[in-house]
Write a protein that binds this ligand. Structure first.
Ligand SMILES: [Fe+2]
Length: 382
């Protein structure tokens, strides 16, 4: 048994509650453990804690423009892995049209997030229509393929050796954020039957299976997506970001963990969707500066104006490993108490990992914005 050392204490000049009524001219930084759920201190600073003048060494805030990775990649296993560790792999798959083969991930559950494009997903369990903003959880071992109508872009997050679950809604109750009744499962519908091999027809189908990140292929002379029925409580599920009804408070800036969507043993996926800004005069309106000292943080920007970041557009990723403070860019900081708009319009997917992430060392030229580390400093000296 281990009990955490705990002693709520106030030292010097501090606010009475987190993220509200800061002493004039100060900046609050949360030093937190266990991803906003553990011990925490709110430090009251006289300078923005991201106002570094120089930065040296491999640890640093990083940004990637995934609009620059290869497109028209028909095989998801050929999509580049951007970030990975023993528990998660993050790919960005720019594709078009119809996949030539079926695939199956034997390494873990796969989470697809449709950033651009629309079409159909066919899998063991049937057919799902795909639209922008769809999450699809594919249980480990599911055989699947997609047919997009034109170009498409998909963020793929593999839960290596693990399975996706839903976040605990706690005090908000089981129907908050989204009602689980909104989750869709594949249907054995007309579209699914139409893609099945007609009786007696000869066809060759390959199933490209990923196991230990190596690809093997099984060949069939019939379409193996030939189910006529199933029953059970294991199946892919689809959730669109439009159906997420975010938690918010008009008097308190909620931590990112309030927007948790899918949870695994060693990481969590959160979704930021449009919401009104806080209206209480003393409440912070932009994300507070923080050290999330037990997690690496990744944000994929899907749509909208990203209110706490400059020079970030849809299709980009920021990566903030633990070890330093991060928070709003200077322009957003000016509006920390008085936002210029009444609501955010951003949609973003956040991945927080308990274990350090490795950045792929073979990214194409130009994908990484090597000046990102200076993006706070540059504006603040203007
Ligand atoms: Fe963060």
């Amino acid at each position: 048994m281990r009990h955490r050392i705990t002693f709520p204490r106030v030292e010097g000049t501090a606010s009475r509650q987190a993220h509200a009524d800061l002493p004039p001219g100060t900046y609050e930084r949360e030093l937190g453990r266990e991803g906003f759920f553990g011990a925490a201190t709110h430090m009251i600073h006289t300078h923005p804690p991201t106002q570094w003048a120089e930065w040296d060494g491999p640890l640093r805030p990083r940004a990637f423009d995934l609009n620059k990775v290869p497109d028209d990649v028909r095989d998801p296993w050929a999509a580049p892995v951007l970030l990975s560790n023993a528990h998660v792999q993050v790919r960005f798959w720019r594709t078009a049209g119809r996949m030539a083969d079926l695939v199956r991930n034997a390494d873990g559950d796969e989470l697809l997030f449709v950033h651009r494009g629309s079409g159909d997903l066919f899998c063991d369990y049937g057919h799902l229509a795909l639209a922008e903003g769809d999450y699809v959880v594919l249980p480990r071992g599911t055989m699947w393929r997609t047919e997009f109508s034109g170009a498409a872009e998909v963020l793929m997050i593999e839960a290596t050796g693990d399975a996706y679950g839903l976040a605990d809604r706690g005090l908000a109750g089981p129907h908050a954020i989204f009602d689980p009744a909104i989750l869709e499962t594949p249907a054995l519908d007309d579209a699914f039957r139409a893609q099945q091999t007609p009786m007696n027809a000869k066809e060759t189908w390959h199933v490209r299976i990923k196991r230990l990140s190596m690809i093997s292929a099984a060949t069939y002379h019939f379409n193996p997506l030939d189910a006529v029925g199933w029953h059970g409580d294991l199946a892919p599920v689809r959730l669109n970001v439009r159906d997420i009804r975010p938690l918010m408070s008009h008097r308190y800036h909620l931590p990112p963990s309030a927007h948790s969507t899918f949870v695994c043993k060693r990481f969590v996926v959160c979704t930021f969707v449009p919401r009104p800004f806080e209206t209480d005069p003393g409440a912070l309106k932009v994300p507070f500066f923080h050290n999330n000292d037990d997690f690496d943080e990744v944000i994929f920007y899907h749509r909208g104006e990203f209110f706490s970041r400059d020079n970030i557009c849809a299709g980009m990723v920021t990566f903030h490993p633990c070890g330093f403070t991060h928070g709003p860019h200077p322009k957003a900081l000016k509006n920390i108490l008085n936002p210029q708009k009444t609501a955010t319009d951003e949609v973003a997917v956040m991945l927080d990992t308990r274990d350090p992430l490795h950045v792929a060392d073979d990214l194409p030229n130009g994908v990484e914005d090597t000046e990102y580390v200076n993006s706070w400093r540059a504006k603040e000296t203007e």
